[in-house]
Write a protein that binds this ligand. Structure first.
Ligand code: FES
Length: 177
């Protein structure tokens, strides 16, 4: 017997039609009775659209995929690439795992902290940068390695290259890109 949600129980729809279209496209990759397989993709789509995964988005995704809200929350909290709170315009994640740490990863992290004037899990007062400590990104030979907004990988991040990246991102923000 199916359980119908009353209007008062249905989550408020905060994701756009475009986001739902993207989720629907992900759903075509799985059997109709295994919609939950698209949960990671749906969370990523929500994060790209909203900047972070809100409790409302989790509830929406749970309802759409026919999952328990807690099951969606468990996925969102397990993987550190999902952000459960608003981040800076640019989230900079630097790998400090052992192979990178042995190849200047920690020095690069210290340089970033000093340049931005913040520590890990903090955001600059202008809201431009959030600094995160990341796990292995599969590019240990390229250390120090930085990921920008989860999608752009930057390798061999010497102090000079960090300076260049930050300058580029500041310029990008100034242009409103
Ligand atoms: S340990 Fe840093 S990328 Fe692998």
């Amino acid at each position: 017997m199916s359980i119908q949600l009353s209007l008062s129980e249905a989550p408020v729809r905060t994701l756009s039609d475009a986001a739902y279209a993207l989720i629907d496209r992900e759903l075509t990759k799985y059997p109709a009775d295994q919609k939950q397989s698209a949960v990671m993709a749906a969370l990523r789509i929500a994060q790209v659209e909203k900047g972070f995964v809100s409790p409302e988005a989790e509830a929406e995704i749970a309802a759409y995929l026919g999952m328990a809200p807690m099951a969606v929350h468990e996925v969102a909290t397990f993987y550190n690439m999902y952000d459960l709170a608003p981040q800076g315009r640019f989230k900079i994640t630097i790998c400090t795992n052992l192979p990178c740490a042995l190849r200047s990863g920690n020095q690069a992290a210290d340089y970033l902290k000093a340049k931005l004037g913040i520590g890990f899990n903090q955001t600059t007062p202008d809201g431009l940068f959030t600094l995160k400590e990341g796990e292995c990104m599969g590019a240990c030979g390229d250390s120090p390695v930085v990921l920008v907004n989860n999608h752009r990988m930057c390798s061999w991040m010497s102090n000079e290259r960090i300076d260049g990246l930050l300058a580029e991102l500041i310029e990008q923000a100034a242009k409103g890109d």
